[in-house]
Structures are given as C-alpha cells and as structure tokens.
Design a protein around this ligand. Structure first.
Ligand code: HEM
Length: 138
C-alpha cells in the first residue's frame, strides 16, 4: 500500500476535532441511503456502535504504515462482520457514506486530493476485511 499517510492522518485529526460525533453522522448518511442495513445494527446501542467504529477507524489510521497489523486486525474484523450479516456489496455503501461524511465535516478543507486519498485507503481497508470474510467462509 502506498497511501498518503500524512494527509490521511492530518485530515482524520481535523474531522474528529471538528465533529467528535463523526460516526453518528456517518450512520445517518448510511441509513438514509440504505435503510435495509439498519436492522443489522441491533446488538449494541447506537452510541456504543459509534464509539467502537470511531475507535476502530482511529486505530486503523494510526497503523497505516504497519501492514502486518492492518492485515491481521482487518481480516479478523472482516470475518466477524460475516456474522453481523454484512455482504460484499455493503462495503461500497459504507465507503460512500464514510467519504460523504468526511467531506461534509471537513467542509472547506476537503479537496480532490483528500477524496482520492480516502477512497484509496478505504478500498484497501475494505479489501483486507473482505479477504478475511472470504477466508472465514471457506
Ligand atoms: C472500514 C470498514 C469497517 C470498520 C472499521 C468497521 C468497524 C466495526 C467495529 C469496530 C464494530 C464493533 C464490533 C467488532 O469489532 O466486531 C463493527 C460492528 C458492526 N459493523 Fe462494521 N466496520 C466496517 C465495515 C462495515 C460494513 C461495510 C458494514 C455493513 C453494513 C458494517 C456493519 C456492522 C454491523 C452490522 C456491526 C454490528 C453492530 C452492532 O449491532 O453492534 N461494518 N464494525
């Protein structure tokens, strides 16, 4: 992965500072477009889910240069997501909602460069999770 790590980390810090409830906004975007996934989020309260997602994203952003951590953590996480009823197609929906939320919160600071960097990073993250899901299914 040759990700623009500095750009990703600084923009993540910026959006978390501007909107600590970034992940709550993310769920609003996701469910507005894809009502059908909302019932899958039934194990924990929305506040707990948002906190877990924010922590997971933060940990991934901190480990962007640690390929073995990413591979190990994300493949196990992808395998767990099979049990939540998550399908491959849903990864694209989550990616779109995440980028939409990041752009909204970043506001004027958002740019084509940031959009490309986040899209590439999310693609890599989702790819590792999906590979873990496939291994679990095999
Ligand atoms: C960047 C990709 C993703 C990350 C970092 C992420 C992170 C997490 C985390 C940390 C949890 C808490 C439980 C656990 O660790 O297993 C979780 C749960 C969950 N995720 Fe994801 N996830 C991602 C992608 C997705 C996608 C594509 C879907 C599809 C809609 C999804 C749906 C769910 C559901 C349904 C739960 C269980 C929620 C509950 O009821 O508590 N996630 N996710």
């Amino acid at each position: 992965m040759s990700l623009n790590v500095d750009l990703l980390q600084s923009s993540f810090d910026l959006v978390m500072e501007r909107e600590p409830e970034l992940t709550i906004r993310f769920y609003e975007h996701l469910f507005a477009r894809h009502h059908e996934v909302e019932p899958l989020f039934s194990r924990n309260s929305r506040a707990q889910q948002a906190l877990m997602l924010a922590r997971a994203l933060g940990a991934v952003v901190e480990h962007l240069e640690d390929a073995s951590w990413l591979e190990q953590t994300l493949s196990v996480m992808g395998a767990r997501h099979v049990g939540y009823g998550v399908t491959e197609a849903m990864y694209d929906w989550v990616g779109e909602a995440l980028l939409e939320t990041l752009a909204e919160v970043a506001g004027d600071a958002w740019s084509d460069e940031l959009a490309a960097a986040w899209s590439e990073a999310y693609g890599a993250i989702a790819g590792l999770m999906k590979a873990g899901a496939q291994q679990a299914a095999a």
